[in-house]
Design a protein around this ligand. Structure first.
Ligand code: NAI
Length: 343
């Protein structure tokens, strides 16, 4: 089995090369992202393996199909970069629904602690033998209210971590979990009560710009916003406006709306053309990591293992449980009901 592996990074290879050897898959690693311009690299391959910033739109899907590609294996959970409706009936799409919710939830807490205890500033100061404490005053998390949007796998782990800090947890989820013991509230109540807001829901038409100009006035002054889910959950220009107006106290961002042209690449020494990102990064109360929340050894091993199982299962004629399709409109639950391939 030959699989074209796009947007390959140094850290991807060890785990994928290992599962490739074990399961008889030849991964062909390409550093370039999958786009209409690079799709021809998949010639001779039965499948492609893609990540969050590969562009799997209608044109790319048509080209893949004409090259003989029959499987798209996402090595991530989110699939907003794939036109599933267009793929339906042509190419089967798989994802890795869970690989380490702990990796992402722990990163969210790492960002929060770094931000509110000014660790990023203290680190730079002490490197320069500057031991002054001026400007480093933080605040206790104990007793604060955290509002979690999306209480799935990652959101629930984050809720547990926050409880460990003695925080009050409230949440909004379109599909609240009955057994979770979490206090569910409306988004407006969450916005007005939360000292900290952490986003853990998928990016959909409904959640696009969940935090935007309309939301700013509903937020508590000084709120800390954490986004480790998808960039477009936040209107970045509105966020900047909220920071400049002192409405938003701090932002911790592992994702950014326009990240696909920037993240995962080294632009040091270059002029940053994205003014909004450059301005956000220049703010003393904004921390940006470049879609790094998933990046733990455990997560990389699990991602490679599940991706390989998805591909082997599919090409052996099975109906892998991680297939995504739009036939019934319930992307992640339909195959569990039907126990068969999506088409
Ligand atoms: P999940 O599917 O387990 O949970 C998502 C939750 O969001 C579910 O409880 C669902 O009911 C809820 N939800 C769906 N629509 C909603 C809406 N309109 N409003 C509010 N809640 C809604 O997903 P998981 O594994 O917890 O991942 C969450 C997100 O984290 C993913 O969608 C992905 O975008 C992101 N992610 C980011 C990573 C990173 O490295 N930064 C790595 C992995 C995931």
């Amino acid at each position: 089995m030959k699989i074209a592996f796009f947007d390959a990074k140094e850290y991807d290879r060890p785990a994928f090369e290992r599962v490739g050897r074990e399961k008889g898959i030849e991964f062909r690693f390409f550093e370039t992202r999958l786009t209409a311009d690079t799709v021809s690299l998949a010639a001779g391959c039965e499948g492609v393996c893609v990540f969050v910033n590969d562009s799997v739109d209608a044109a790319v899907i048509d080209s893949l199909y004409s090259l003989g590609v029959r499987a798209i294996a996402l090595r991530c959970a989110g699939y907003n970069n794939v036109d599933l409706g267009h793929a339906f009936g042509k190419i089967h799409v798989f994802h890795v629904p869970a690989y380490s919710p702990y990796a992402v939830a722990e990163h969210a807490m790492a960002l929060l602690l770094t931000s509110i205890r000014r660790i990023h500033k203290a680190y730079i100061r002490t490197k320069d033998f500057n031991f002054s404490l001026n400007g480093l005053t933080g605040f206790d998390l104990h007793g604060k209210t955290v509002g979690i949007v999306g209480t799935g796998r990652i959101g629930r782990v984050f809720a547990d971590i926050c409880r460990g800090f003695g925080m009050t947890v409230i949440a909004y989820d379109k599909f609240p979990a009955a057994d979770s013991g979490i206090e569910y509230v409306s988004t407006d109540e969450l916005f007005s009560r939360s000292d900290i807001i952490s986003l853990h829901c998928p990016l959909t038409a409904e959640t696009h710009h969940l935090i935007g100009y309309d939301t700013l006035d509903k937020l508590k002054t000084g709120v800390v916003i954490i986004n480790t889910s998808r960039g477009a959950l936040i209107d970045a220009e509105a966020l900047l406006d909220g920071i400049k107006r002192r409405k938003i106290g701090a932002a911790c961002l592992d994702v950014y709306e326009e990240e696909s042209d920037v993240f995962f690449h080294d632009f040091s020494g270059h002029i940053m053309s994205d003014d909004v990102l450059a301005r956000l990064i220049s703010m003393p109360n904004v921390i940006v990591t470049s879609h790094q929340a998933f990046l733990t050894e455990e997560a990389l091993e699990n991602i490679a293992e599940t991706t390989a199982e998805n591909l082997v299962g599919f090409f052996n004629g099975e109906a892998p449980s991680n297939e995504l399709c739009y036939r019934c409109g319930r992307v992640e639950t339909c195959k569990k009901e039907r126990r068969e391939r999506c088409f």
